[in-house]
Design a protein around this ligand. Structure first.
Ligand code: GAL
Length: 438
């Protein structure tokens, strides 16, 4: 009964959030950091022994989360777990629902949030999260995660979430047997891609599969990294390089050229459907985060290496654009103790090594048992140790939700008009508006 009620509440909230989402591009999105303080009423007392976790890991994205929940249930057999998910890659829909719930004073007990500005510049800035330093101390986690990652989940005043993985964003995926048929190899630069793309097209195959708009942001960051280089990529986010500098404009120009070799129906496809195009041989390549490795191995049953291949996206060899999923503890949650027990499972070595081999990511911990991981993950782990690390825009590391919402509109404008100069100028305006550039 309570479960049904919770579902109804979530559905109603989701409907409101979707309305807000559709209205989003026509009105100025509000900066999260400016959100009004939460309602002061105390949360309802816990009438039941539940744990509601909130994420966008639904359907094909679910198996890794299910493994974590199974572990949690083993350790907490009396707790009823409500696995609240809102479908939509990169959290496009879930984040809108979450915002409504947080503003409405109905936070889930724990929610998925990317390490970096999505967490710090959004929810911590709005004072919505509990400091997890005591949990990190109790669990002996102070040295368990890479220093660079800890900086992205912490501030001078606390540690604000528990990271569960490290994903790589700049990866190009292909099927070796399909490339052999086409007589091409995976390109290591965009010039190499432009050299082989016409031949792929002539064979009736899409050179590069693309999906719905957030995947255009995802492709953009790989292309921009190739165009700008790692130093200038970082300089964009610390305000040292303007988005409308000649380098910034060049990144949009290159992106426009790349788009010429993508499928016309992109906006109607999910990221899984774009990956399917590669798997089925309807497209030669796809640039996607390594959750695609999880999808191809866990869902599609393909073996890394023989069944599917990968490389750093063109022009980014030696660079690892990273992101990390984490879960936090919102203030005023109803089932706080159960949420803390959930976070303990998430941050544990056992939890991490149950989750990540299915997810396509590597553990966020420095002591993970690599024997549990497949060849793709082993190669990602090796690269993470040696590559230059930069943060992902599309998945929350470099910019807060205010910028991300605005950037979605800039991307829509570019996809419609392909005007690099205008997109670069608009990017600079939203960077200033959201406190990234001066
Ligand atoms: C990312 C997230 C990944 C994966 C992906 C596709 O933002 O970090 O874990 O879920 O979206 O939905």
């Amino acid at each position: 009964m309570k479960k049904t009620l919770a579902k109804v509440v979530i559905t109603v909230v989701a409907l409101f959030a979707m309305l807000a989402l559709f209205g989003c591009s026509s009105e100025e999105p509000k900066q999260e950091a400016e959100m009004a303080p939460e309602a002061t009423e105390a949360a309802a007392p816990a009438a039941d022994n539940q744990l509601e976790i909130f994420s966008w890991w639904a359907g094909d994205e679910g198996p890794a989360l299910d493994a974590l929940i199974a572990l949690y249930k083993q350790q907490n057999p009396t707790v009823e777990v409500i696995n609240a998910t809102v479908t939509g890659g990169s959290g496009v829909n879930a984040k809108a629902v979450l915002k409504t719930r947080m503003l409405g004073g109905e936070p889930p007990d724990s929610f998925q949030v990317h390490a970096g500005q999505e967490l710090i510049g959004t929810w911590v800035a709005a004072d919505r999260m509990e400091d997890l330093t005591p949990l990190f101390q109790e669990e002996g986690w102070m040295g368990a995660f890479p220093e660079g990652l800890v900086k992205l989940i912490g501030t001078d005043t606390g540690i604000w979430s528990v990271p569960v993985n490290i994903h790589r964003s700049n990866v190009v995926w292909y099927i070796p047997a399909n490339l052999e048929k086409l007589g091409v190899a995976a390109p290591t630069t965009w010039d190499e891609f432009f050299a082989i793309a016409p031949k792929i097209k002539e064979a009736g195959v899409t050179p590069l599969a693309l999906a719905t708009n957030w995947t255009a942001n995802h492709l953009w960051e790989s292309v921009a990294l190739a165009s700008l280089g790692a130093d200038n990529w970082d300089a964009l986010w610390n305000g040292e390089l303007a988005f409308d500098s000649p380098e910034g404009v060049a990144a949009w120009e290159l992106f426009g050229k790349v788009l010429e070799f993508t499928n016309a129906d992109a906006s109607s496809l999910s990221w899984q459907q774009a990956t399917d195009m590669v798997v089925d041989g309807r497209a030669a390549f796809n640039i996607m985060g390594d959750w695609a490795a999880g999808y191809m191995s866990t869902t599609k049953g393909l073996a890394p290496g023989a069944g599917f291949g990968w490389a750093a996206s063109p022009g980014t060899t030696g660079e690892f654009m990273f992101l990390a999923d984490s879960f936090g503890l919102p203030k005023n949650t109803v089932h706080r103790d159960n949420a803390l027990a959930w976070l303990k499972v998430l941050g544990s070595k056992e939890g991490s090594d149950a989750f990540n081999p299915l997810k396509g990511s590597i553990s966020a911990r420095t002591d993970s048992d690599l024997s549990k991981y497949n060849d793709y993950a082993k190669s990602a782990s090796a690269d993470f140790g040696t590559d230059r690390i930069v943060g992902s825009l599309a998945h929350g590391v470099t910019a807060n939700e205010g910028f991300m919402n605005d950037f979605a509109s800039v991307m829509e404008m570019f996809l419609a008009g392909k005007d690099a100069q205008a997109a670069a100028q608009a990017s600079q305006q939203i960077a200033v508006k959201n406190g990234i550039s001066k």
